[in-house]
Design a protein around this ligand. Structure first.
Ligand SMILES: NC(=O)C1=CN([C@@H]2O[C@H](COP(=O)(O)OP(=O)(O)OC[C@H]3O[C@@H](n4cnc5c(N)ncnc54)[C@H](OP(=O)(O)O)[C@@H]3O)[C@@H](O)[C@H]2O)C=CC1
Ligand SMILES: O=C(O)C1=N[C@H](C(=O)O)C[C@H](O)C1
Length: 247
């Protein structure tokens, strides 16, 4: 039995995680914490693993606190940077028995879409990303789109491919979107949506579209539970659920 704490337990994601942990025969929910609660309560309750779905401004401090408390971390909250990931990696070196998984998307379809996009990237002249989310999301572009763009950019750089062609010289209103590692990312916020992403890859005369849709937050739960079960045996920092999957 793995003892689990949930941080952000009343949130859209956290409440699903509480239900998923309660429904798993090999996991026990020992703490459900929210904004204002003392994170040390997770340790007092005996948590081995804590799942964090909070807010970008809180998540790094939460992970450092969990490491100090000797608790493995499974993190879905977005907003991570190279620098904040490095700080966690360094902190984990002081506690070589602990693991942390930080994953921008736990939906298996999204994890595969990121992998497929990186694999396809070197074969196309042009690539752009459109991410589409519910309008209550506070961050843009999404963590998934950022991670997707980084994977695509790394694959293109490794293959010696230059930037996507683009004749735009006049864009006073930023209509071409954000640019992450040279990849344009467009963010849509629309009532009715949950979490969606389209990667558009173009060549003369052809287009490949890789699309992933989470219609319901239950789609993230198998990945979260996989992370909880695996993190206890995988010390160090892992970024992306694909690190725990046989891909
Ligand atoms: N990796 C993945 O697969 C997914 C990641 N996400 C990401 O997860 C995060 C949460 O999303 P979502 O559930 O929709 O957001 P919500 O706003 O619904 O939930 C966040 C919750 O965290 C609480 N909270 C804020 N600060 C703290 C803190 N310091 N300690 C504990 N709890 C805190 C909030 O409480 P209060 O409102 O009272 O401040 C709220 O209940 C986002 O970054 C989102 O991008 C979302 C879906 C999937
Ligand atoms: O806020 C959300 O809802 C989501 N956030 C994550 C992200 O920013 O990529 C994962 C998923 O897209 C849902």
């Amino acid at each position: 039995m793995i003892s689990v704490a949930v941080l952000g337990a009343s949130g859209r994601m956290g409440s699903h995680v509480v239900d998923a942990v309660n429904g798993a025969p090999d996991l026990e929910l020992v703490a459900a914490l929210d904004h204002g609660d003392d994170i040390a309560e997770a340790a007092r309750a005996g948590a081995q693993v804590a799942v964090d779905f909070t807010v970008p401004s809180a998540t790094e401090a939460n992970v450092h606190a969990l490491i100090d408390l000797g608790i493995h971390a499974v993190v879905g909250t977005t907003g991570w940077t190279e620098e904040s990931l490095l700080r966690v990696e360094e902190h984990l070196r002081e506690r070589p028995e602990l693991g942390a998984l930080i994953a921008p998307n736990f939906a298996l379809g999204a994890v595969l879409a990121m992998r497929f996009s990186a694999a396809a990237a070197r074969y196309f002249e042009s690539v752009e990303i459109v991410e589409l989310h519910h309008p209550d999301k506070v961050d843009a572009p999404s963590g998934t789109a950022t991670h997707t763009a980084q994977g695509i950019a790394a694959a293109r750089a490794a293959a010696g491919i230059g930037p996507s062609p683009d004749a735009t010289t006049h864009d006073p209103d930023g209509a071409r979107g954000a640019v992450i590692d040279g990849v344009h990312v467009h963010a849509v916020r629309l009532r009715g949506l949950v979490a969606h992403e389209e990667v558009l890859l173009g060549n003369p005369g052809e287009q490949l579209t890789i699309r992933t849709d989470s219609f319901d937050r239950v789609s993230f739960m198998p990945g979260v539970l996989l992370g909880v079960r695996e993190v206890v045996g995988r010390p160090g920092l892992a970024v992306g659920l694909d690190r725990y999957m046989a891909l």
